[in-house]
Every structure is written in C-alpha cells, then in structure tokens.
Design a protein around this ligand. Structure first.
Ligand SMILES: Cc1ncc(COP(=O)(O)O)c(C=O)c1O
Length: 362
C-alpha cells in the first residue's frame, strides 16, 4: 500500500521560490551557508577538513550528545539522527505500530502524522484542535498510540502547564505510548526552549529538529528519541532507507546546536514580532472571520468567511499580490488558510499591506 499524494507539497514546490512574500512555508526564511557558518561558529577551514566518509549509522556521538542535552534524562544512546523529522516519523511508525492500531492525533495535522499510520493499516482518531489541548479530552480516548504535535502545525496551539501536567500524569498512570512531535520546540511563545513530553522511562517517544526554527531546512537533519530497544529497531530500518546523514550536515548541525544561544533570541523576536504584526491587522484582510494568535511555533490558522474556497482564495491572493499562503483544503479542512510567520519583517509588512489593499480578491 502507498500513502496518498502529500497535499501541501505540489503547492509548496510551485510557489515557495516565486513568492514575493512567503507565508506558505512552515519554516523560517532560509539563511545562506555563509550566514549559517557564522551562526554555528564554523570556519571554512573546519568545513574543508570534514572527512567525507559515512557518518556513524546512528549519527555522530557529538551530535547525539548535543541533542540528548535538550531533553532531561536522555542519553546519546537514546538518540537516532535522521534525514529530517519526516524520516524519524516514518521509522517510529514502522517500528511502533501494529496493523489496526488505534492512533489518536490533533486535527487538522501535518499529513505524514496520519498518512503513514494509515498506510500501515492504523485506524485514525481525529481529535479536533479546539478540544485537543485539554487533558480531559485525552482521558476519554482509548488509543494504542497518541501523537502530540506541539506547538501545533497548523494552529500554533500548545498546552497550558496544568493541562500538560495532567495529561502526562494520566498517560503515565495508564502506561500509554505517546509520540511527541516537537519540531517547533525552539520557538515557544515565551522563554528560549519549549517544554518536552519525551521520557524514555515511559513509552514517551520524540521526534524533532531545529531546521525550521533556525532557517536551515536544506540541512535535512532531524532525530528520534526513544529507549534503546525501540531505537535499535529504528536504526536497523534506517539502514535500508537513508543509511547515514551527510557528515557536512551533521557538522553544521552540531555547531548550530552548540551556539544557539547567540542567534536564537533574535530569531524568536522576529517570529514573535511577525505574529504581533499579523494579529494587529488580520481583521482588515478581505473575507476573513477569525484568528487565534499562535502560542508557539511558526504557523497560525486563519478562518475565512463561510462559503469561500480556501484554494481559490490562496490562488487569487498569489496572483494579485505575490503573497503565498496555504489553503486549508491541503490539510483536508476547508474554510481556513495556514499562515507562516517565518518571512523577513520587511517582506511580511509589504505583503500584508498588499493583501489588505486587495479588496477585489474574490
Ligand atoms: C509537525 C511536523 N512534523 C514533521 C515535519 C517534517 O519535517 P522535516 O522537514 O524535518 O522532515 C513537519 C514539516 O513541516 C512538521 O510540520
């Protein structure tokens, strides 16, 4: 069996490089290699001396150590470096799911979170985002695997602390298996690093990366965190797929993680300012109904007036203004647009101005 087409990808391929103002992507607008090397305190000499053999299959020890440091109680042996978070998810689902498993996740969702489980024969339980950030909701759902993507793509929602503590306690008591997709953890609403649910003492696994938050998606580095038995099986599966991650990507990843305190606050400020800018003027945009400011991450979910096709809206907006957004239909949820907040401030400002002025949009 194959997964269905990845709905967001065609549109991203078509528009991301052409858009005047890119609010369609879920990552920070990219940096150049030269800028990234400065951020990661890597010299050209460092780069030129990287041996181009295969990295260790599990990922270099130094990189796994830096990743493990992001999680309380996690050791480098419990980290597998992968080609993006996408591969980590693919491996986790193949290792962890049995056919007909019941998989519960926040809806709408990044498609790989349910499409791969579906392909493997799982039954998907969609938990609507307006109820998903309360512990009481999850207590009523009996599943074999819970997938918690927080901060959430596409709504930008996350859990308040008391709800978070209550739901973790519940899953621990019930000995449940949970996969936390924490791709946007470096962009919490406040503070420098968002909370994590990952805990290898329980079956609380994690997938993550820094690539979207740091503006370096082209590095294609992600990871899976799990107890050693699970991780060993995932590594063995990875040997058949991508086998190893490029040592160049791994070296740059290490530099970025080690020096993140020097550049991350600036990125976080930029994203928070973009969100504030959007929050202060979304009511002036044509044919929109509601918007809840994201509590974290890089994206938000804008509701359109009833009866408007999100695809037509997104197409016309691009045609008339050069502003690129993703239609809710790409998330199998009509009547919304997903807005990304990783664009450079000046472009975001000009893009929103053009959008606001576009009164003949529909
Ligand atoms: C929630 C979520 N998980 C996983 C991924 C896949 O990320 P990567 O590009 O690291 O493979 C994405 C990408 O948008 C995402 O939004």
């Amino acid at each position: 069996m194959e997964p269905r087409e990845f709905f967001i990808e065609d549109r991203l391929e078509k528009f991301r490089l052409k858009a005047f103002c890119n609010l369609g992507e879920s990552g920070l607008s990219h940096f150049l290699l030269e800028e990234v090397m400065e951020m990661g305190q890597i010299s050209w000499k460092d780069l030129s001396e990287i041996p181009l053999n295969d990295s260790p299959n599990q990922g270099s020890f130094a990189l796994r150590e830096a990743i493990a440091d992001l999680y309380p109680g996690v050791s480098p042996g419990q980290v597998l470096v992968t080609t993006g978070t996408g591969e980590a998810l693919y491996l986790a689902f193949h290792v962890g799911l049995t056919p007909k498993a019941r998989v519960a996740l926040i809806w709408p969702a990044f498609q790989a979170l349910y499409e791969i489980p579906k392909m493997l024969g799982a039954e998907i339980i969609k938990v609507p985002h307006d109820r998903a950030f309360f512990a009481s909701t999850w207590k009523e759902i009996d599943a074999d695997l819970y997938i918690i993507n927080h901060p959430h793509n596409p709504t930008g929602k996350t859990f308040l602390d008391p709800e978070w503590e209550a739901v973790l306690t519940h899953w621990k008591e019930e000995k449940k298996t949970v996969l936390f997709d924490e791709h946007y953890r470096f962009l919490p609403g406040s503070g420098s690093l968002g909370k994590t649910g990952v805990d290898p003492n329980y079956s609380f696994y994690g997938t993550g990366s820094f690539t979207k938050c740091f503006g370096v998606t082209g590095l294609r580095v992600g990871w899976l965190v799990a107890e050693e038995g699970f991780l060993k099986k995932a590594r063995s599966f990875k040997d058949y797929l991508t086998h190893t991650v490029s040592p160049i990507s791994e070296r740059i990843a290490l530099g970025l993680l080690k020096s993140k305190e020097s550049f991350l606050p600036k990125i976080q400020n930029r994203v928070r300012e973009n969100i504030q800018m959007f929050d202060s003027l979304w009511r002036d945009l044509p044919h929109v109904k509601s918007f809840v400011s994201p509590a974290g991450g890089l994206v938000g979910w804008l509701e359109l007036e009833p009866g408007i096709s999100s695809e037509i809206y997104a197409d016309k907006l691009f045609e008339k203004t050069g502003v690129f957004v993703l239609p809710g239909s790409n998330f199998e949820e009509e009547g919304y647009l997903r807005i990304g907040f990783g664009e450079r401030e000046e472009k975001m400002k000009e893009g929103l101005f053009r959008w606001k002025e576009c009164t003949d949009l529909i």
